[in-house]
Design a protein around this ligand. Structure first.
Ligand code: MD6
Ligand code: FE
Length: 216
């Protein structure tokens, strides 16, 4: 495989350690941002962003879609990973190769080798949208890393402990940053503060977050 032969993925990114097995890789996605966005456009034509309900009856403020073998949805019945998009009753769009290659390179830079995600969740935030503190625990393995790519408007990411009420660190995430976390930190509570109004040259008035997981 020659996926990482290109010079641009071999440059050292600035790695910030957030916790034992949680890292912010600053600017890691920048060399691939345009490719990522082109692939994302094609995914979202097949599986459009949509608003979802939580089991508790709230409407999520971020709009969601997925690609890969398994997609994540939430509705009044609970949280699910499933092979079919409930909107179209068809399989989710295939995971773009550029997502797989970038995720594997980022995971490896954070000490997780052999990362092969089978699911990619896409979150789109307009100004004001947020993500309440939550744990990601619908995946089968609770130590495999998650690779999370931030694009567009900046966000303040909250990174907490293992109880919702634990104190949180606040981490500013910018276009092109990648967070990777797994292992002992994998079940930490985390969330996104309301996105501030602004304009991004490639994405306009929105933030896109792409999280790649080993769900099944
Ligand atoms: C977001 N991200 O950044 C929401 N979850 O928009 C997440 O909820 C998330 O970034 C697990 C691992 C990484 C993440
Ligand atoms: Fe999450």
């Amino acid at each position: 495989m020659d996926l990482f032969a290109e010079q641009d993925l071999q440059q050292p990114a600035r790695v910030e350690r957030i916790s034992d097995q949680a890292f912010a890789l600053r600017g890691f996605a920048l060399p691939k941002a345009k490719e990522l966005l082109a692939a994302l456009d094609s995914v979202l034509l097949q599986a459009p962003l949509r608003q979802m309900q939580t089991p508790g009856g709230y409407t999520m403020s971020a709009r969601l879609s997925s690609c890969g073998a398994l997609g994540w949805t939430t509705d009044r019945d609970g949280y699910h990973y499933s092979p079919l998009d409930p909107l179209s009753a068809r399989p989710w769009p295939a995971m773009p190769g550029v997502f797989l290659a970038l995720a594997a390179a980022a995971a490896s830079s954070a000490g997780f080798s052999g990362f092969v995600p089978d699911s990619c969740l896409i979150n789109a935030y307009a100004p004001g949208a947020k993500m309440s503190l939550h744990q990601d625990k619908n995946e089968r393995c609770h130590t495999a890393p998650i690779v999370s790519i931030s694009l567009g408007l900046p966000a303040i990411f909250q990174f907490g402990g293992f109880e919702r009420s634990d104190p949180t660190q606040r981490i500013a995430l910018f276009h092109g940053d990648i967070m990777v976390w797994g292992g002992v930190d994998r079940l930490r509570y985390h969330g996104v503060m309301p996105i501030k109004p602004g304009h991004h040259s490639l994405l306009g008035e929105q933030r896109i977050n792409i999280t790649l997981r080993q769900a099944g």
